[in-house]
Design a protein around this ligand. Structure first.
Ligand SMILES: [Zn+2]
Length: 338
């Protein structure tokens, strides 16, 4: 009998649920809007209903468990959300235990950026590697570290926050309390802020015109202008690449991983920020220079590459979570019998 797991991506705007088998094949998928405003109990009810419906469609397979990717900080021991700006009212609520109780199966909560990293490790850009780091460029900058095929949580489940590495000591203030975080220089919100600053300086009539348009300024529209040759838009993306390069140089020196994956919507501007990123990484990281893939020296290479799974990474990563628990239990059993 084949087994499958349910992956849930619980975002502030969308609730997505997928049934995935142990080989990574997508068996079922549903997407609904997350009606956060209707309250926690409403969302949990809807989620449990959708999971039950998906499981019912697969009567000949065994459910290994449910993994849920959630935006915010999770207490891995208690299965509670410690902090989640997108899910008000969920604080100190036993999310994991409540869903386990309702559905009678194992539930694992994980931070959504960690789930995305795990998805890219399992089935995406880093599938041939055991160790990897992922940067997710979205409204903010998230990330996840995978060692030996598993998410690295640190002591209290809070590891893997490369978005808050300091890139510019006196740079723009960040809600985390620091200044000049990578997130303040490389996220979609940062791109829009930098575009507004360029408009305020009067250095880009074209950006000013775009800001007047009905859909306004977005990271996407700034990128499109960079592609069309607008100097100010290109300069913004060079700054994004510069910031990412500084952050990655530190991470490469620290971790010497074989692969660094960049995903999220912001990665669509890859060609606009990559040259500045590589220039900066080369300048600042001797570990990168010694292992750069363009050099012909033998040995392990440091790869910096785009994510492959797009918005599905978090969903697949969440489904992978219960499978890892099952594999660990089997491994433990074998070890005990030996
Ligand atoms: Zn920060």
């Amino acid at each position: 009998m084949s087994t499958f797991a349910i992956g849930v991506d619980l975002g502030g705007t969308n609730l997505r649920i997928a049934a995935v088998d142990e080989h990574g094949t997508l068996l079922e998928k549903t997407t609904t809007g997350t009606q956060v405003a209707r309250g926690r109990d409403f969302v949990i009810n809807e989620m449990c209903e959708a999971i039950r419906a998906a499981v019912t469609k697969l009567p000949t397979s065994t459910l290994a468990g449910i993994g849920i990717g959630v935006p915010g900080i999770i207490d891995m021991e208690t299965g509670m959300l410690r902090e989640s700006p997108n899910l008000p009212g969920w604080h100190d609520y036993p999310v994991r235990d409540e869903i386990e109780r309702r559905l009678g199966t194992k539930v694992i909560l994980e931070n959504d950026a960690n789930s995305a990293a795990l998805g890219e490790k399992w089935l995406g850009a880093a599938r041939d590697y055991d160790d990897m780091l992922m940067l997710t460029l979205g409204t903010g900058v998230g990330g996840g570290i995978v060692f030996g095929g598993r998410v690295w949580h640190g002591a209290r489940g809070m590891a893997g926050e490369p978005g808050h590495i300091t890139v510019e000591p006196d740079g723009p203030p960040c809600p985390c309390g620091n200044r000049g975080c990578l997130e303040q220089l490389a996220s979609a919100s940062a791109v829009v802020r930098m575009a507004r600053e360029a408009i305020a300086r009067g250095s880009s009539p074209a950006l000013a015109q775009a800001a007047e348009a009905s859909d306004g300024l977005s990271a996407k529209s700034v990128y499109q202008m960079a592609v069309q040759g607008d100097g100010a838009a290109q300069q913004i993306y060079r700054r994004v690449g510069w910031a990412l390069g500084i952050g990655l140089a530190d991470l490469i020196n620290l971790l010497n991983l074989p692969i660094y994956v960049i995903g999220g919507g912001g990665a669509n501007a890859w060609d606009a920020f990559l040259p500045a990123l590589l220039e900066e990484v080369r300048k600042r990281s001797f570990v990168y220079r010694a292992t750069a893939p363009e050099d012909s020296s033998p040995g392990r290479k440091t790869i910096i590459t785009r994510a492959l799974l797009g918005g599905e990474a978090g969903l697949f990563g969440a489904a992978r979570l219960p499978m890892l628990v099952t594999e660990a239990a089997i491994h433990e059993g074998v070890r005990k019998r030996a």
